[in-house]
Design a protein around this ligand. Sequence first.
Ligand SMILES: Nc1ncnc2c1ncn2[C@@H]1O[C@H](COP(=O)(O)OP(=O)(O)OP(=O)(O)O)[C@@H](O)[C@H]1O
Ligand SMILES: [Mg+2]
Length: 382
Amino acid sequence: MKQISRNPDTLVAEPLAPGKDLVDLARTALSGDNTSLLRKLADISRHYSGPDQQEVRDQLMRLTKKPLVNLRPLQSAERLPVDAKTRTPLLQPDSDPREPLLLEDGLEEELLLIIEEFSHAEKLAAAGLETNNTLLLYGPPGTGKTHIARHLAQRLGRPLNIVRLDSVISSLLGDTAKNIRALFDFVDGTNTILFLDELDALAKFRDDRKELGELKRVVNTLLQGLDNLGPTSIVIGATNHPDILDPAIWRRFTHNIEVELPSQELRSALWNYYLFSDEAEKRPLQALSVCSSHLSCSDIREISLATKRRAVITGKPIELAQVTAAILASETGKIRRPKASALTTSEMEELAKQLQQRGGLRQVEIGDLLSTTRQHISKLLK
Ligand SMILES: Nc1ncnc2c1ncn2[C@@H]1O[C@H](COP(=O)(O)OP(=O)(O)OP(=O)(O)O)[C@@H](O)[C@H]1O
Ligand SMILES: [Mg+2]
């Protein structure tokens, strides 16, 4: 007869049914129910009670005492809202940023105020002050909107879930409003942040489909979602095209921040971090930042990383002349990587001319970039 004690650790085990136990264990693990999983492991370990099975038993018991670091993502993935037809998730859980956030003067302070407001939402609501934790980031591609959202989420200690509105819309004819509602239901009452990327996709949708009834439903669902946010929910929206964003959507965002192409100071900080690993000399850094006014943060990062990769592969130091040539040949969002071979004299001459015309650099600064003397530059420019 089976003896049952009140203490679960001293339960006497029923005979082990290997196949069934394995299936049960797998099912429990995949359901993300950590408590049941630990109970199941403890149950199984009790079956290994023979003297030669002590080690397995100890190992299993040790596993049940470890922190559950890997189990959590599984549990949250389970609950992600999915498209009813395709079963694909409507949002993408994001990871922590790997790089620092370098900011324009003034923007840091603005972000800190927003973080403070978002993190005191309950206190504000208890004081009867209406809160709506929404932020709209707008500006050209590659200026760091997603990067800012990642850092905000990290500072707030909350997971960020990215929704590409264009994919939500394009994959669904008729179900878009339902899906948008599912996104807001998901964020309601959880500690996750909803990041609605490419908000302008709604405007494009209007042009493409000419189904005004459906567009109205979709916009209304979005507006309702934003209006009915709980006091602790946070929604961040982003767009490259604020001009075509529906004014009603625009108004729903309490905070909005324009993220422009980086200023000369920020460009300098970006080159210093991404290209020189924070060890740049002042003069070439200044010259690089002057001649890269057409580039975004992301462009500067890409050119820097391409340059560093080449330096590692070839074992040669970074050649600023090649970096400069790549900068001048690049356009926003369409970068050119530095060439592998050294520049010819005529290429140097052309570069020196362009730098003088475009950047308004002094000859000594052009010399810094092209690793030559002011006298040589003066000769090239004649
Ligand atoms: N202010 C910044 N400081 C440091 N790195 C940055 C900054 N802005 C952008 N970056 C780097 O550039 C990458 C691309 O930027 P990000 O994706 O955030 O731009 P975006 O504005 O969201 O662009 P898009 O409009 O195309 O979505 C980031 O992952 C980060 O590595
Ligand atoms: Mg982005």
